[in-house]
Design a protein around this ligand. Sequence first.
Ligand code: DGT
Ligand code: CA
Ligand code: CA
Ligand code: ZN
Length: 583
Amino acid sequence: MTTNAELAARFEEFADLLEADGVEYKPRAYRRAAENVRAYPSPIADRVDAGDREAVESIEGVGDAIASKIVEYVETGSVEELEELRAELPIDMADITRIEGVGPKTAGKLYRELGIETLDDLEAAAEVGEVQEVKGFGPKTEQNILDNLEFARTVGQRQLLGEARPLADDVLAFLESIDAVERCAVAGSIRRWRATIGDVDALVATDVREDVIDQFVAWESVDDEIESGPEKASVRVGEIRVDLRVVVPEEFGSALQYFTGSKDHNVSLRNYAIDRGMKLNEYGAFDVDEIDDPDSGQRVGERVAGETEESMYDALGLPWIPPELRENRGEIAAAENGELPELITREDIRGDFHTHTEWSDGNTTIAAMVEAAAELGYDYFGIADHAEGPGIVGGMGLSDAEILEQIEEIRAVGDEAEIEVFAGIEANVDADGEIDLSDEVIDALDVIVASTHSALDQDAETATERLVHAVENPAIDIVGHPSGRLLNQRSGLDYDVTAVGRAAAEHGTALEVNSDPRRLDLWGSAVQAALEAGAKIAIDTDSHQPATLEYMRWGVHTARRGWAEPIDVINTWDLTELREFLH
Ligand code: DGT
Ligand code: CA
Ligand code: CA
Ligand code: ZN
């Protein structure tokens, strides 16, 4: 069914194209209509289906003409006039208008004068000096376009947690160094450790707001100031946008709660509060049960919490909820019932099973990897280089004979090491869910990680059967990066996690949380579904060098997003328990 958001997006596109076409006034009317359509409290398509034209026309900013277009879109899936405009102006509007100073009107001009449709076209034209020849442009504008191209290309993408979080840590360190800052924290998706990040949100408590804002925008790492005002500022650092909000200390907790989100968590929490005679917002928690303001008729209430985040949850009779859980996947009910999980922490991790060496595509020796693992304080560590097979570049993966040879070296290193070293392999789950290793190799190995590297475009039913088949294989201990997704690049297999999780539970196979920030696969909701189905997980780094053993950080927080407790994660277990699982 057509959603209001979809209708609104069509009218915004309409407005952009009309503007590009040089039409006046109409674009504004269409944008206003889009806004009201988006905010309309029930599906407009339902009104259309019910033949209630009057209701459609009664939406603010929607007159007879726009109502007709709404009906046309709901009934046919397109609007003829919009299709004509699209054909007339085939511009990649979203991309091109991401360049600072280039709006739809300018984009239209560039198309008419120079035939520019895409960012690539624009770059080519600017590089040979054609843009500065267009009336209203000049050398300065042209240079500005060239300077902004790279940013415009990447900003459409969400940033990886592994890139944004280190920046967030730098932001925090900088804010802490400012004298006037009493407290600071990151908020938003980065505090919830989402796999991808739209922007970095930071929050400061201070009594001298403008001071802090001034110092923040002057931070040496800042590449661009996007905007700044008395209570907030936005800057760009590299490709990442950082939003800072500055509040008084009494409101730090309520603002932190509000700006951490997720939006869905906040909506549910606010409703939970309303049911209990409370009101929540970024300024505090208010008891509105008793008090009515006789003048306005509005309930104002007494402020009962807000200085700390704990106080906000406490005001509702709830324990504090870890940010990773705030996705509205049952955390409020769990908090109410005293059933919040005791989430796993980095300190619970005793080893890593999926790591590579120069025997396949890693960059160092078995001994060097084992030494780095020992330095992390691990009790055990597994080498799992690539076996040859589907999806693995020819010559890079190990044959059965080479695997047997490598096992000997792993044993030799293990004899010298302070920690237990497992001889493992990363086998390839083929399109049918089979792996290709001889019985001799299977018997000689301690751990078999089997991963998806090929046929990642299967339909969900086939992919589910494939993964179920893999977890049923008694030789396989861990299914590595089950979907095969690469963030911002490919979505990977779509499959029924619950079905695979059930089979994994039954057959004693673990599902991997691959901690490589380009993968994070399983991800939060998938971990949660797998655990609910009874499966165990393994958090691995898939390291190809010692430094990335630190990727464990991303995997642990991803597992926390899936409600994982230490007992759910096999690499928190001691050697005896683990050996039994690996049999
Ligand atoms: P992102 O940046 O796209 O990765 O995701 P977030 O969750 O960081 O979203 P962002 O940066 O737009 O806003 C930060 C938080 O502020 C968000 O998680 C919840 C809160 N917030 C922002 N806008 C709204 C809103 O319109 N309603 C509610 N309830 N909360 C909002
Ligand atoms: Ca954000
Ligand atoms: Ca933000
Ligand atoms: Zn690997």
